[in-house]
Design a protein around this ligand. Structure first.
Ligand code: NAP
Length: 473
């Protein structure tokens, strides 16, 4: 595909192949954008801010609603594109398209709600309604840059572009190099829906090469980033005095207390630890069962996890596809081997075929092991027993990350203790960490980032508040 920069779909002499992670075949190529393309995109976006500001809330809502309708009509094409470039199974890709559609609908609704608030200035000493009246005005940020990761190539792009358009901004998208096709198709769809030609652009190319120029430029007012912790930190340093939203990584924990229904817990961990081959920022990575049910829980989980079939993600019936790159599957393999060498026990899995890594359970993992400390982002869970709820919460919090966490218990006191004490942006009682609907506020604590997504919350971050005071005579 071509990239959309400066109101044109353009090619470059240098291109980057987009590879099917399952069989290594080339799905397509995209242009390798460079510094000149960044400059052109920025100049266009600055002009685009005028076109976007000129649209009323009603018009922006209509465009986003139309985009949602078009996406529904193009579901199968988008789902197949996601599976081909990213490797998740077709059933998950269809859900991703449905969720992206929902994000556009939610963004359309928010476009109509960006109102002002009368501020009761007469609450200040010496001020009366006869002397001063004041209200807020919410205005667009201007140029918004949205940088997205590989693992949800449509859904996460929609969480950026939907609220940005709802807020009346001009957007420059920079999708992940592994999975740029869904974002390019979404850009075409938004243009078809009526976004002004200068209001959106999609720049492809290596983030490491063009990212600094894009993020450092003072014409950009807002950067919304989803991706790894280290790239997020670099962007924060480069960005300087800009508004930034950081949706970063995690190594999400799930605690299992002795009063939980272990069959249900096993089903929940199998669902939340291995979807998209574990390449989900809120994938269950660390499971912390109470020692009283440790063995029974492992038996129940083994039954569920060994039933997850792997293979070609386009084939119906396959439950888990490849990782995005063979190098990532090799990395997961080496972390698992390192844990086993350190005393962990392989309960199931542990094999690799190309980019497909078998769904894996490791027991007797200690908190010092790499698989407990860093973000694995792969289809393995690390199980470590705990002595008590306090011990389990301490282990859950023994992480630089804090994006999502779950506890399984029928005890309301344990559940509330967990909700209060676990340092995490999302808390789930009786489900694993991987659960999200797109209207809720979503974002991490600690090194998992800051700022919230979910159109109602993101649109606040994509706009700015002015205070207007009338001095009356
Ligand atoms: P990544 O390597 O951090 O890349 C994310 C994006 O940043 C890509 O578009 C990448 O471009 C770009 N980039 C790289 N270097 C850059 C720079 N110097 N300046 C600006 N942009 C730059 O992440 P990933 O491997 O694609 O995705 C996995 C990570 O995303 C995991 O850590 C996961 O937890 C996190 N994630 C978080 C959430 C959340 O909501 N919190 C959701 C999903 C994923 P290139 O592809 O061209 O390098």
């Amino acid at each position: 595909m071509k990239m959309y920069v400066g109101t044109e779909w353009i090619d470059k002499r240098q291109t980057i192949p987009v590879t099917n992670p399952f069989d290594g075949s080339t799905v397509d190529t995209v242009p390798k954008g460079d510094a000149d393309d960044v400059e052109r995109a920025l100049q266009t976006a600055v002009r685009g801010t005028k076109a976007m500001r000129a649209l009323s809330g009603y018009q922006r809502a209509q465009i986003l609603k139309k985009a949602a309708e078009l996406l529904t009509a193009r579901t199968e094409d988008f789902a197949k594109t996601i599976t081909l470039e990213e490797g998740k199974i077709l059933a998950e890709s269809r859900i991703e398209v449905a969720r992206a559609t929902e994000i556009l609908v939610l963004s359309a609704e928010e476009a109509k709600r960006l109102g002002s608030e009368v501020v009761p200035l007469d609450g200040a000493p010496g001020v009366t309604n006869a002397t001063q009246m004041g209200f807020t005005l919410r205005v667009p940020c201007g140029v918004v840059v949205g940088i997205s990761p590989f693992n949800f190539p449509l859904h996460l792009v929609s969480h950026k572009v939907g609220p940005a358009i709802a807020g009346g901004n001009a957007v420059i998208l920079k999708p992940a190099t592994d999975t740029p096709l869904s974002a390019l198709k979404l850009t075409q769809l938004l243009l078809d829906a009526g976004v002004p030609a200068e209001g959106i652009q999609c720049l492809t190319g290596s983030g490491g090469e063009i990212g600094d120029k894009l993020c450092a430029d003072p014409r950009v007012r807002k950067i919304t980033f989803t991706g790894s912790r280290d790239v997020g930190e670099r962007i924060c340093k480069t960005a300087g005095l800009k508004k930034v939203t950081m949706e970063l990584g995690s190594n999400a924990p799930a605690i299992v207390m002795p009063d939980a229904d272990l069959e249900k817990v096993a089903a929940a961990i199998a669902a939340t630890g291995y979807a998209n081959a574990g390449q989900v920022c809120i994938s269950t990575q660390r499971v912390i069962p109470h020692k009283a049910i440790y063995g029974d829980f492992l038996n129940a989980l083994k039954t569920k996890v060994s039933a997850i079939s792997t293979g070609n993600p386009l084939a119906e019936g396959v439950k888990m596809g490849p990782m995005v790159r063979e190098s990532d599957a090799k990395r997961v393999e080496s972390w698992v081997q390192e844990a086993v060498a350190g005393g962990a026990r392989l309960v199931t899995g542990g094999e690799r075929q190309g980019a497909v890594y078998a769904p894996t359970i490791l027991a007797d993992v200690t908190p010092e092991m790499r698989i407990s400390r860093s973000e694995l982002f792969g289809p393995a869970v690390a199980v470590t027993p705990a002595n008590s709820i306090d011990d389990a919460i301490a282990m859950a919090n023994d992480s630089n990350y804090g994006l999502s966490a779950g506890v399984f218990t029928q005890n309301v006191n344990w559940a509330m203790k967990f909700a209060r004490e676990v340092e995490s942006g999302n808390i789930h009682i009786n489900w694993g960490p991987q659960w999200r609907v797109d209207l809720m506020p979503y974002g991490g604590l600690k090194e998992s980032g800051f700022g919230k997504e979910g159109p109602k919350y993101a649109v606040q971050e994509m706009t700015e508040l002015k205070m207007v005071v009338f001095h009356l005579s």
